[in-house]
Design a protein around this ligand. Structure first.
Ligand SMILES: *Cc1c(COP(=O)(O)O)cnc(C)c1O
Length: 371
């Protein structure tokens, strides 16, 4: 029996009746863009994220672009972020002509290293984008203490952390603005592309609403250059069904992660693998369960041989990506991120994963390590 990294077919089988009903409801309505499903999802997500506003957009990448635009980030501005994330986090900064400034990560949590942020602040720094990597939040309040004296804005990239908390507060609700992705493999996944911007600030809410619809408030009157980036009615109806399960799915992911921690404790004790580092104030949602090992290659080969999926997150940190070659950063410049890229890999971790499957994953790893 194969064990995938994530089992969306099993998830669908579980909720098929409700999903099919939602899809048919939209088909019957004849209304597909900016309608009642999207509005209802926005209300439900704002309540879930504990923010005043939520705005549905085309995907998580556009959510970042629209958030940056709503904060008036423009060409030449500097935006501090992590090199250890999905490309979109910094791509959107660069696409607006702004300059991504990469700061190394914390070796325990693999999130932006807050101790190194201050040294990178200049008169051109306009924003910081912390990424709650793999579903574990970083301390946004502490980051804000660092940045507030300079008027620097904070965009939380919460694409991997929907539902996560830090000192009780939800991902996306702490910074000036938060961005979510509903890419199908995310913890709350659509059946296509979708994303969202969450905020407590009325002005940002209004700005993102305009920008997602061609810079337009009143139809055919355009106040600024915008985008076509909406969360469609079909995806909204689907996401509304899945949102009802999200807390229990996230809880199940935490259970699987805790079981892996126990099953892998011995291997970790020997120093063969490093378990995901936990910040005691964080309540993660384990978008991914990521181990580190100097013997990653052998372990992943053994897993593949046993029909068990695993995957490297992220093989190349952003400062060493070809696309960011123009920044002129060299290997060795951000050693913690580079080290993580050389050692980190994700194991299957999803709500439907069974206990005996987890045991098989760990037995396969342990066997590989004794060879
Ligand atoms: C998935 C992801 C995005 C982009 O989301 P899309 O919906 O795929 O555009 C941005 N940032 C992070 C950290 C992500 O994981």
């Amino acid at each position: 029996m194969q064990i995938p990294l994530l089992d969306l077919k099993a998830q669908y089988a579980h909720i098929k009746n409700e999903i099919d009903e939602a899809v048919h409801r939209v088909l019957d309505s004849g209304h597909f863009i900016l309608g009642p499903e999207g509005r209802a999802l926005e209300e439900e997500m704002a309540a879930f994220c504990e923010t005043k506003y939520a705005v549905g957009v085309g995907n998580g990448t556009d959510a970042l672009t629209l958030a940056l635009r709503a904060l008036s980030i423009q060409a030449g501005d500097e935006v501090i972020t992590t090199p250890y994330t999905f490309f979109a986090t910094a791509e959107t900064v660069a696409e607006l002509g702004a300059i991504p400034v990469f700061v190394d990560i914390d070796p325990l949590t693999l999130n932006l290293d807050l101790k190194q942020v201050k040294a990178k602040i200049t008169s051109r720094t306009k924003a910081v984008i912390p990424v709650h990597i793999f579903g574990q939040m970083l301390d946004v309040e502490r980051l804000m203490e660092l940045t507030a004296p300079y008027g620097i804005k904070i965009i939380e990239d919460a694409a991997q952390a929907v539902g996560a908390r830090y000192r009780g507060r939800r991902a996306g609700s702490l910074g000036d603005v938060g961005t979510l992705s509903f890419f199908p493999t995310k913890n709350l996944g659509a059946y296509g592309d979708a994303g969202m911007v969450v905020t407590n600030e009325a002005e940002i809410n209004e700005s993102v609403r305009r920008l997602r619809f061609h810079g337009c408030e009143k139809k055919y009157y355009h106040d600024e250059i915008g985008y076509n980036s909406r969360l469609d009615e079909m995806q909204a109806a689907i996401l509304r069904v899945k949102l009802r399960y999200l807390e229990s799915w996230n809880e199940a992911r935490r259970d699987k992660a805790a079981r892996y921690d126990i099953l892998l404790a011995e291997a970790a004790g020997r120093g063969d693998v490093v378990l995901p580092g936990r910040d005691p104030e964080a309540e993660p949602v384990y978008h991914l369960y990521v181990l580190r090992s100097r013997r990653r290659g052998e372990i992943m080969k053994a897993l593949a041989g046993a029909g068990i999926a695993s995957a490297i997150y992220y093989p190349v940190p952003l400062h060493l990506q070809k696309a960011f070659g123009y920044l002129g950063m060299n290997p060795g410049s951000l050693p913690v991120a580079e080290g993580a890229s050389g050692e980190a890999f994700a194991l299957p971790c999803y709500p439907e994963l069974r206990e005996e499957e987890q045991e098989r994953v760990v037995e396969t790893i342990c066997r590989a390590l004794t060879l």
